[in-house]
Write a protein that binds this ligand. Structure first.
Ligand code: GLN
Length: 494
C-alpha cells in the first residue's frame, strides 16, 4: 500500500522532451517536481552523485533509455540509492545509457536522445568520440566534473569500458557484493552495480557504503561470506606481502604482490610493468586458455537471460506510453502486446530478444545455451587455477590447481581493444579507422566479459594516453571478494 501511495504522488512526466544536455537523460530533466529523498548527514554529506537510468529512483522516471518505459515511475528506491542518500549524498540526476544496458557506445537510444559525447577530447575541433557504453552517461558526467561519483551497471563491461574511454576509474565489484534490488535486470547472473569516479579512493569510499547484505536481493552475499572474504584478505596481506617498508604508504604497499599478464591479449604498457616491479611486485606470464571463448559465451548467455527478463515489458505491469492513444476495441491482448513491444523496443534490444529466444528454443538449447554455460564453467576454472588466494565461497579446492607458490593475486591487461571510437557516422577518411560498426561493437567487450562470466571484481584504472592522445585504461582483476587488493594496486597505477 505504501508503494502504491508513493507512485500515485509522483508527477507524470510530459511527453515532450527538452534538448538533451550531454549526459543527463532528458526524461529525467523533464521531471523537476518529484519527491526527493532527503540526504542524511554522513560521510557523503555534500557529495553529488549521478545514477544510471536503470537504477530505480522515485524522484524521477527510470526509463532505462527505452521508449517502452518512458513514463515509468519506480515505486521504490533501489537499495544502493537509499544507502547513498542515507550517507548524505545528493542525487544529481539519471544518466543516459544504451537501451536496457545493451551496447558499448551509448548509441542505442530512443530517437529523441542524442549520443553522449566523450568529454576527454584532446582538441576542440576533432569530431566527437563515444563515451563508451552502456554506462556512457555516468562516465561522461564524472569525466567532465559535473558530479563527484556516478553509479553504473556492468553486465559485461558497461562500467569498465566507458571508464577506459573517458579516462576515469570504473569498478565492477564481485558478483553479489552490491544489492541489485531496484536495478532493472538485463542478465541477472551477470548484472552488477558499478562505481565510476576520478580516483580510486572515491570509488572505494562509495563501495564501502553501498556494499552490504540486503534481504531484498537473494543474490546479495551475507555478512558471514563478507567476513570470510575480509579475513582471507587480511591473512594474505600479512603472510604474502613483504613486511611494510614505509608505514605511511601502507595502503599502496605492493611488495610481494604477484601479477599475472595473460598470454594472447593486448600487452600492458611496459613502463607500467617496470614501475610495478620497481615497487616489489612480481610480474609473470599466465595462460587463460578459455579467454578467447568468453565473448561468444557471454553474448549467448546475456541474450538468453535478457529475452526472458524483457518478457515483463509489454504494457501490463509497467504501463506503456503507447497505450492511451492507440487503444481500440478491436485489438486483442496479444495484438496490443505485440504493438507495444514493436513500438517500444529499439532495434538492438529486439535483436537480443530474438537471439536469446533462439538460444533457448528446444532445437538450439543443447547446442547453444548449454555449450555457453560449459564455456563459462571452463573460464571460471581457468581463473581459479591461477589464483593463489582461495575462493572465499568455495568449500572444496579444484583438482590440478597450480601450486600456490606460483599462483597470482591479480590479473592485469588493457581494459579495451582500442581508445574511444568516433561517433560521427560520416567521418572523414582520416578518421574512418576509429569508427565502430555492426559486430565490431560486440568486440569492444573482448577483455571485459571474462571477469563478468567468472563473477570476479575488476576495475579499470586510467594508465595514460594512447598514440592518438585518448585515454587508455588498465584492468585489475582479482579473486572473488578481494576488492581490497584491487583498490591497493589501483592506487599505485593511477
Ligand atoms: N556491451 C555489452 C552488451 O551489450 C555489455 C553491456 C553491459 O555490461 N551492460 O551486452
Amino acid at each position: 500500500h505504501l508503494e502504491a501511495a508513493a507512485t500515485s504522488l509522483k508527477p507524470r512526466t510530459s511527453t515532450t522532451h527538452p534538448t538533451p544536455y550531454s549526459w543527463v537523460n532528458p526524461v529525467t530533466v523533464a521531471s523537476s517536481a518529484g519527491l526527493p529523498l532527503i540526504p542524511g548527514s554522513g560521510p557523503l554529506a555534500g557529495r553529488t552523485i549521478a545514477i544510471k537510468d536503470n537504477i530505480s529512483y522515485t524522484s524521477a522516471p527510470s526509463s532505462c533509455s527505452s521508449s517502452i518505459l518512458r513514463d515509468y515511475n519506480p515505486p521504490y528506491d533501489a537499495t544502493c540509492v537509499k544507502s547513498l542518500v542515507r550517507a548524505g549524498a545528493r542525487i544529481a540526476g539519471q544518466t543516459k545509457m544504451d537501451e536496457f544496458g545493451m551496447g558499448s557506445l551509448t548509441t542505442h537510444l530512443p530517437s529523441h536522445c542524442t549520443p553522449v559525447h566523450n568529454p576527454a577530447s584532446p582538441t576542440e575541433d576533432e569530431p566527437p568520440r563515444s563515451a563508451g557504453g552502456s554506462s556512457g552517461g555516468s562516465a561522461a558526467a564524472v569525466a567532465e566534473g559535473s558530479v563527484w561519483v556516478a553509479l553504473g551497471t556492468d553486465t559485461g563491461g558497461s562500467v569498465r569500458l566507458p571508464a577506459s574511454y573517458c579516462g576515469v576509474v570504473g569498478l565492477k565489484p564481485s558478483y553479489g557484493m552490491i544489492s541489485r534490488r531496484g536495478v532493472v535486470s538485463y542478465a541477472d547472473s551477470l548484472d552488477c552495480v558499478g562505481i565510476l569516479a576520478r580516483d580510486v579512493g572515491s570509488v572505494q569510499g562509495v563501495f564501502d557504503i553501498i556494499s552490504h547484505p540486503d534481504e531484498g536481493d537473494m543474490t546479495c552475499v551475507s555478512s558471514s561470506a563478507r567476513a570470510k572474504a575480509s579475513s582471507i584478505l587480511s591473512d594474505h596481506l600479512a603472510s604474502s606481502l613483504s613486511p611494510l617498508v614505509h608505514p605511511s604508504e601502507t595502503e599502496r604497499e605492493i611488495a610481494g604482490l604477484r601479477i599475472g599478464i595473460p598470454e594472447n591479449t593486448l600487452d600492458s604498457p611496459p613502463e607500467l610493468l617496470s614501475y610495478l616491479q620497481s615497487k616489489g611486485a612480481i610480474v609473470q606470464r599466465v595462460s587463460i586458455p578459455s579467454l578467447q571463448l568468453a565473448l561468444p559465451a557471454y553474448y549467448v548467455l546475456a541474450s538468453a537471460e535478457a529475452s526472458s527478463n524483457l518478457g515483463r515489458f509489454g504494457g501490463g505491469w509497467y504501463g506503456s506510453p503507447f497505450e492511451r492513444d492507440a487503444r481500440n476495441d478491436t485489438e486483442s491482448g496479444v495484438e496490443r502486446r505485440r504493438r507495444i513491444r514493436t513500438e517500444g523496443f529499439g532495434a538492438e534490444v529486439k535483436k537480443r530478444i530474438l537471439a536469446g529466444t533462439y538460444a533457448l528454443s528446444a532445437d538450439e538449447f543443447n547446442n547453444t545455451y548449454l555449450k555457453a554455460l560449459q564455456l563459462r564453467r571452463l573460464l571460471r576454472r581457468d581463473y581459479q587455477t591461477l589464483f593463489r588466494i582461495p575462493h572465499p565461497l568455495q568449500t572444496s579446492q579444484l583438482p590440478n590447481t597450480t601450486p600456490k607458490s606460483e599462483g597470482v593475486d591479480i590479473i592485469l591487461h588493457p581494459t579495451a581493444i582500442c581508445t574511444a571510437p568516433l561517433l560521427d557516422s560520416s567521418p572523414s577518411d582520416e578518421h574512418k579507422k576509429h569508427t565502430v560498426k555492426g559486430s565490431e561493437e560486440y568486440a569492444q567487450d573482448l577483455l571485459t566479459v571474462p571477469a563478468s562470466l567468472a563473477g570476479l571484481p575488476a576495475m579499470s584504472v586510467p594508465a595514460g594516453r594512447g598514440e592518438d592522445g585518448w585515454p587508455v585504461g588498465i584492468s585489475v582483476t582479482s579473486q572473488w571478494g578481494m576488492e581490497g587488493l584491487v583498490f591497493r594496486l589501483g592506487k599505485v597505477i593511477e
